[in-house]
Design a protein around this ligand. Structure first.
Ligand SMILES: O=C1O[C@H](COP(=O)(O)O)[C@@H](O)[C@H](O)[C@H]1O
Length: 266
């Protein structure tokens, strides 16, 4: 059963009973945004996360999406990446390639992953430079408020600690306001070295979707969406507040099970 609604100032909540429903709704959502962006701009600039998200995007590899989405117009980026070889089991690029990109007709030169031969700091700097070039060429739009890149869609997962991308609780990376891409070398979740979009970039997107499933994440979903609690850690998931863009949460019922008295706006 779908429980659509808009949580006051925390975006649209799409709570679904089954993973099957989430996968279908997510595929429709992405396909619709892709069509609208291609119609408006001629391209679709999408940033992927790793983790459970890629499997939840699996419907896009099937009919009708595999034949109806204009894949050649997609430009693909990562919201975060582990600083490991691209063929390493921990690589978000490998996860997406194996689970999605190898199954749809993406243009290889439109796939922008990090240079895995560099240090974390160098990889972050170079990734930001690549994005800056694509903003200059208007392949990626630019926010008229923050001068940050305005991705057409940023897809986030959220771990049970409430982090999105590689922006971990109480980490100094949460405070980064100037860089578009930063790096960490002390990730509490292995591997330790990662690059990540910063919050100004995430919050400059035209659309942000946070896709969260499973009861293990219910407390983090509550902390991310419901009214702030005293002593709540600094959670990047709570700081996802697009300046002008639209925020949508895709939740299964177990992940949404601890949401408080959600004030749905009609
Ligand atoms: O380490 C990471 O974790 C998050 C969440 O993963 P999930 O499996 O709990 O959905 C992921 O979004 C991020 O890209 C990844 O680097």
């Amino acid at each position: 059963m779908a429980l659509p609604g808009v949580h006051r100032d925390r975006g649209e909540l799409r709570i679904r009973e089954s993973l099957e429903e989430i996968c279908t709704d997510l595929a429709d959502y992405i396909a619709d945004l892709s069509e609208a962006s291609v119609k408006e701009r001629g391209v679709f600039a999408i940033a992927l996360s790793g983790g459970s998200l890629i499997a939840l995007m699996g419907k896009l590899c099937e009919a009708p999406y595999n034949k109806t989405v204009d894949w050649a117009k997609w430009y693909i980026f990562w919201t975060d990446e582990r600083v490991v070889a691209k063929n390493h089991a921990d690589s978000n690029y490998k996860l997406a390639k194996d689970g999605l990109l190898s199954k749809v007709p993406i243009v290889p030169s439109h796939v922008h992953s990090i240079n895995d031969s560099l240090s974390a700091e160098e990889a972050a700097d170079e990734y930001e430079f690549v994005i800056r070039q694509l903003v200059k060429s208007r392949m990626v739009s630019v926010s008229d408020i923050s001068d940050c890149p305005k991705f057409d869609l940023i897809l986030l997962g959220m771990d049970s600690d409430g982090h999105v991308a590689s922006l971990f609780p109480n980490h100094s990376a949460l405070d980064e306001k100037d860089r578009w891409v930063t790096f960490i070398t002390d990730s509490p979740k292995p591997p330790p070295e990662r690059i990540t979009f910063t919050l100004p970039v995430i919050n400059s997107a035209s659309n942000v979707a946070v896709v969260v499933t499973g009861e293990s994440k219910a407390e983090a979903v509550h902390l991310a969406i419901d009214d702030a609690e005293p002593e709540c850690p600094s959670l990047s998931s709570r700081m996802v507040q697009p300046t002008k863009g639209k925020l949508v949460w895709f939740l299964d019922e177990p992940a949404a099970s601890k949401l408080g008295s959600v004030q749905f706006c009609e």
